[in-house]
Design a protein around this ligand. Structure first.
Ligand SMILES: [Zn+2]
Length: 121
């Protein structure tokens, strides 16, 4: 049996960390979007400007990808914490078997057992 208290502690730590990272990147992200809007108004089409805009656009896209990934991880962490409260933590969402202890040690927010996770990929 997996140690629930230890898992909960790890999950709460990760939740706090993710929320912190999201706040940081979220602010950067909004700033980047603001700059983009501001510079688009007096845009003169030339190769130099295009390169600058392309860089900026890339930066926004990268931030968005990171934010999406962080949000997904945060969601999984929150789900795992809810399961601890509900007493269903460590149960595979697909087949209902107990998720391997070492799997939960590596990722306390895992929702599938090893076999089901392999199938999903
Ligand atoms: Zn399973």
């Amino acid at each position: 049996m997996v140690n629930i208290n230890k898992a909960k502690q790890k999950l709460e730590q990760e939740e706090a960390q993710l929320e912190l990272e999201l706040t940081d990147i979220g602010h950067l992200h909004n700033a980047a979007v603001g700059n983009w809007d501001g510079s688009a108004g007096d845009l003169k089409v030339g190769t130099e400007d295009e390169n600058v805009l392309a860089d900026k656009f890339e930066e926004i896209t990268t931030n968005e990808a990171i934010v999406n990934e962080l949000e997904e991880r945060l969601l999984n962490v929150k789900k795992a914490l809810e399961k601890i409260e509900a007493g269903t933590y460590g149960i595979c969402e697909k087949c209902g078997a107990e998720i391997e202890e070492e799997r939960l040690e590596a990722n306390p927010a895992a929702t599938l057992c090893f076999a089901c996770a392999q199938e999903e990929e």
